[in-house]
Design a protein around this ligand. Structure first.
Ligand code: ATP
Ligand code: MG
Length: 250
């Protein structure tokens, strides 16, 4: 569909179109539209802006990812369709791999996503057929599949749009979980080590920029950025902002 750039919701409509395109290409599952809709509703309440609590979380996320021994980026159908270049750019910057992990799993869709991201740069894609699979205990969904050389051996997992139960399982395994979620009330947001309450599309370029800067910071200062970060405070600040905005418009 041709969207008129003068439409007041142009940006948001373009993103929707991209996901519809992702479904046609077999990258995105139709249920991804519902997940996106939930995100859009919260983005509306947040005023579609990157707030200070998100900037704080981006800084902590950057510090965790740079300090990690073995970071990994976990992607799904929505994130791959929306931000392929930024996800690959982030992996290159961190010198780490991207692993496809799906709630609505099919081998076919995993390969379609791997191929799609490989078109940007194949070197950063961890191919599911080239790494042995490990099944997470206690996870009811297909997100239980993890690759031995990927999520299974990672110490820090960057996973935008995660599911609550897997976030909890990753934490139980002793991993640090960096997530992106517009909903501060989701189980994922409440469980993660660092929750960036922002739209993935807005924040990825900011995270990349921040990591480039943090690469110049020494290990001790990176450590203090992670130690001094308080995820609960960021979540509370985001809820307060939403509540203040609602009160003002009431
Ligand atoms: P949980 O399992 O953590 O309780 P959930 O079941 O509420 O989460 P899911 O349907 O599993 O949510 O995943 C969708 C989540 O992703 C939603 O919380 C939504 O806010 C978020 N989301 C969707 N699109 C974006 C986006 N572009 N940027 C950031 N977050 C997004
Ligand atoms: Mg969920």
């Amino acid at each position: 569909m041709q969207i008129d750039p003068s439409h007041p919701r142009f940006k948001s409509l373009k993103i929707r179109e991209k996901l519809v395109w992702g479904i046609k290409k077999g990258l995105t599952h139709p249920a991804g539209l519902l997940a996106h809709g939930r995100g859009e509703a919260f983005d509306y309440l947040l005023g579609e802006k990157t707030h200070d609590f998100a900037k704080k979380a981006i800084e902590a996320a950057g510090a965790y990812l740079i300090s990690a021994k073995n970071p990994i980026i976990s992607v799904n159908g929505n994130t791959s369709a929306l931000c392929p270049n930024e996800l690959v750019g982030l992996a290159k910057l961190l010198n780490c791999k991207i692993e496809v992990n799906l709630f609505h799993y099919s081998k076919k869709r995993v390969v379609i996503i791997e191929n799609y991201l490989s078109r940007v740069d194949s070197k950063v894609i961890l191919r599911s057929n080239k790494s042995s699979k490990i099944i997470f205990p206690d996870i009811a969904s297909w997100r239980k599949i993890m690759l031995k050389e990927g999520i299974a051996s990672a110490d820090v997992v960057f996973v935008p749009l995660e599911d609550g139960d897997r976030a909890e399982a990753l934490i139980r395994l002793g991993k640090k979980v960096i997530t992106v979620d517009l909903n501060p009330l989701s189980r994922t947001a409440q469980t993660a080590t660092v929750t960036i309450i922002d739209n993935l599309i807005r924040l990825l370029p900011l995270l990349i920029k921040k990591i480039k800067k943090l690469k110049m910071v020494d290990a001790d200062n990176l450590k203090s950025l992670t130690i001094n970060y308080n995820n609960k405070t960021c979540l509370n600040n985001s809820l307060k902002l939403i509540s203040d905005r609602l009160k003002k418009s009431g």
